[in-house]
Write a protein that binds this ligand. Structure first.
Ligand SMILES: [Zn+2]
Length: 351
């Protein structure tokens, strides 16, 4: 018979819109928790998830070109580009155009956007934020630009030499920790950090444009993507927000969704991520007691099963709290909170 702990797990799972083990187990003989049903009247139906918040939808960029991109000049000479899923930017100066990332989903159209916004101005620089093809696999569309300076961190270049990625340009100029340069008199500052990729991330700062770019970090108006954007470095991720906030900026380009972020979005993302971390760590002293309780539940016959039950209990209680506290502030919290809690649970176990 379920005890009170099991009931609370079932309650949490109900909040998350996923099936409780007891219910699912009777049908399938295993535990498919975390599975969302595409059926309308299923207990785990997708229809149980909250709609996106109106405040976030109101900020969404709109397609404003006939080639299917949103292109807007956010500061003099600085253009923000999005296909509403990925984001990129370019800077037009008297000397040439500087491109910041080229996602494969719109690499060719990015070039069209540059030609439309700066007809006749040569493309001279291409700056790479990190070595993930989904943000730079469109670089090949700039491969024929004569004399193009492709700028990337040394660790990026090393990693690319070991594992070439389709469409990603090889840096022609590299730097170790930081690089400051200017194009047409506009200063550009690059700084390496570790918050997402497993080799290196680069923070791109244009101080005169109040512009900061750090890819795969926040999703303005929304809870972070699954597992905190799949970060390879959770501690670096948690610490990154203060690092970003130490810069002078108003615009924050984070690479995803159609909304261009700002300072407030970075503060909100920090508070959310830290709340998830603190919520799990507050429960952590009771982890072993819970585990022993679940060992008893499984009649001391199945340590792995007891461990998984314990991890799910902590994850699901954390997620229920997080959803309760954040669902009116950020969109899709109910969709991803359990993955965020699970990421912290895994980190707490392994560190
Ligand atoms: Zn990435």
């Amino acid at each position: 018979m379920p005890n009170s702990t099991t009931y609370s797990v079932i309650a949490c799972l109900a909040v998350l819109g996923v099936s409780a083990p007891a219910h699912a187990g009777s049908e399938h003989g295993h535990n498919p928790a975390n599975t969302i049903s595409t059926e309308h009247d299923h207990a785990d139906s997708f229809r149980h998830f909250a709609p996106e918040l109106p405040a976030m939808r109101a900020r969404a960029a709109q397609i404003n070109t006939d080639f299917g991109l949103h292109v807007s000049e956010i500061e003099p000479g600085l253009f923000f580009v999005t296909d509403l899923i990925y984001q990129s930017a370019f800077l037009v100066t008297d000397e040439g155009v500087v491109v910041f990332d080229a996602p494969p989903s719109f690499g060719d159209r990015l070039r069209a956007a540059i030609e439309m916004s700066a007809p006749g101005v040569p493309i001279t620089h291409f700056v790479l934020s990190h070595k993930h093809a989904d943000h730079n696999g469109g670089g090949y569309t700039f491969a024929d630009v004569e004399g193009l300076k492709v700028i990337g961190a040394q660790a990026f270049a090393d990693s690319l030499a070991r594992n070439p990625l389709r469409g990603v340009l090889t840096p022609t100029e590299t730097f170790e920790d930081a690089l400051s340069f200017s194009v047409g008199g506009v200063p550009i500052e690059l700084q390496t950090a570790n918050f997402h990729a497993n080799d290196v991330d680069v923070i791109i700062h244009l101080p005169e444009h109040q512009f900061l770019m750090a890819i795969d970090t926040i999703t303005p108006g929304e809870a972070p993507f699954m597992n905190f954007g799949g970060t390879a470095d959770l501690e670096g991720y948690m610490a990154s927000f203060e690092m970003f906030l130490s810069y002078d900026f108003e615009h924050f380009l984070s690479g995803h969704v159609s909304v261009l972020g700002n300072r407030q979005d970075v503060e909100t993302a920090r508070d959310y991520a830290h709340d998830v971390r603190d919520t799990v760590y507050q429960m952590w002293p009771g982890f072993l007691d819970r585990f022993m309780g679940n060992m008893e539940l499984t009649e001391f016959q199945h340590g792995n099963l007891a461990y998984r039950i314990t991890m799910e209990q902590v994850r699901d209680e954390c997620a229920a709290q997080i959803i309760d506290r954040w669902e009116d502030t950020l969109s899709v919290v109910d969709l991803w909170a359990d993955s965020h809690c699970e990421t912290v649970v895994m980190h707490a176990i392994m560190h």
